[in-house]
Design a protein around this ligand. Structure first.
Ligand code: UD1
Ligand code: UDP
Length: 373
């Protein structure tokens, strides 16, 4: 009898994580019957549909249509709507991804019905409870039966919190599976041409130097003054080299209030699909972000990354990767960007390896553990 595995997703980064796992499990239908539930947390085509299309994720079996709202509204509504689905399917395991409200709500609903929860990307900690994701991470981990960790620091965090090591499986980073599977398509995107980022050089055309920026953390974008500080610095740097800034819908809500925007050379775009975004990252001289996943992808691609946050739950991207934290309140942020650009041009950029088990085989490790349940 195949095991029924029910995946709960809802936010953009969940989709990048679920894709390789569903794909791997689909190879052995004798082991797994899969059910996909979309909470509807993200619903714009460019935050959801495009990832299904590009990453080959099957259409959801159930769509809860929850949409946006406060944390309590979103979490509680997902729980209410998911409960009946879980009762209908009675899965052998409920798999949740990352640290969004959809993750917490999926885990809580399953745990209350006494269904085993598996958490992909367990154990990450920023130790900053002002971040809504930190609560989601801690609670989800403590009610999960299986914890799939992307890095050794995550194992150490879980041990420190007293979680039984028998539940913890160090499997590596599943986002890297997606990146590896899409590597060829990522290379061949017209986006660089479309944004004027290619320059002719002899017979060979090469990408020009440019910066990619993406921001969506409430601490950076909900407060217009905080956002202005970042956008003004990018504007200053953008007078000398192109800055591409795909705007997350949360950021869209406050960015319109910035008067300085009109004169800014920044290329603001809609959120891009996965393939275009990874093509931009891959060729960028520098990435300025507060995204969790982007810190990991730039580390894997050896592209310098400035993370606009006082902390990160992904310390391997600093100790073994290309990531640096920058606090916009300390000194001049435009200077920090310029310094990062200067060091990105140094020839001895470390390309000596990737964090342990960031090898494109994480999904298979997860399937292996789940099939032995
Ligand atoms: C959520 C996650 C965050 C994750 C991010 C990835 C939580 C608490 N936060 O943040 O961990 O890093 O997704 O992108 O779960 N909106 C739209 N269209 C959409 C989705 C959202 O316009 O398709 C707008 C709405 O105005 C909404 C706002 O964006 O209120 C924020 O969306 P929400 O899902 O609450 O949080 P994110 O900031 O996207
Ligand atoms: N991403 C994308 N288009 C964009 C911005 C990000 O495809 O315009 C991808 C990014 O490469 C990564 C994922 O979305 O794979 C990360 O999602 P996000 O930054 O929204 O969430 P976080 O990782 O911070 O939770």
């Amino acid at each position: 009898m195949p095991k029924t595995v029910l995946h709960v997703v809802g936010a953009r980064p969940n989709l990048v994580k679920v894709a390789p796992i569903m794909r791997d499990m689909a190879r052995t239908p004798e082991r797994f019957r899969q059910v996909l539930v979309h909470t509807g947390q993200h619903y714009d085509d460019r935050m959801s549909r495009i990832f299904f299309d590009e990453l080959g994720i099957p259409n959801p079996d159930v769509h809860l249509g929850v949409g946006s709202g406060s944390h309590a509204y979103q979490t509680a509504t997902i729980m209410q709507r998911l409960e009946q689905t879980l009762l209908d399917y009675r899965p052998d395991v409920v798999v949740v991804y990352g640290d969004a409200n959809s993750t917490l709500a999926g885990a809580l609903t399953a745990a209350k019905l006494d269904l085993p929860v598996a958490h992909v990307e367990a154990g990450l900690r920023s130790f900053d409870r002002t971040m809504p994701e930190e609560t989601n991470r801690v609670v989800t981990d403590h009610i999960s039966e299986l914890l799939f960790t992307p890095s050794r620091d995550a194992d150490a965090n879980l041990a420190h919190e007293g979680i039984d090591s028998g539940k913890v499986h160090f499997v590596g980073n599943v986002m890297i599976d997606t990146l590896e599977q899409k590597r060829i398509q990522i290379e061949n995107r017209p986006i660089l041409d479309e944004l004027g980022l290619m320059s002719p050089e002899g017979n060979e055309r090469k990408a020009r130097e440019f910066i990619v920026a993406t921001l969506h953390r409430p601490a950076n974008v909900d407060d217009v003054d905080a956002l202005r500080l970042i956008v003004d610095a990018l504007t200053e740097v953008g007078r000398r080299l192109p800055v591409v800034f795909p705007v997350h819908p949360r950021t869209r809500k406050s960015i319109g209030a910035l008067r300085s925007l009109k004169a800014s050379p920044i290329m603001f775009t809609e959120p891009t699909g996965y393939l275009d975004f990874l093509c931009l990252l891959r060729h960028a001289t520098l990435v300025v972000t507060d995204s969790g996943g982007v810190q990991e992808e730039t580390t894997y691609l050896y592209v310098p990354c400035l993370t606009v946050r006082p902390n990160t739950e992904r310390p391997v991207t600093i100790t073994q990767g290309t990531n640096r934290l920058v606090d916009t309140r300390d000194g001049n942020f435009a200077d920090a960007i310029r310094e990062a650009l200067d060091s990105s041009r140094e020839p001895a950029r470390n390309q000596s390896g990737h964090p342990e088990l960031w090898d494109g085989k994480t999904a298979a490790r997860i399937s292996g553990v789940l099939s032995a349940l």
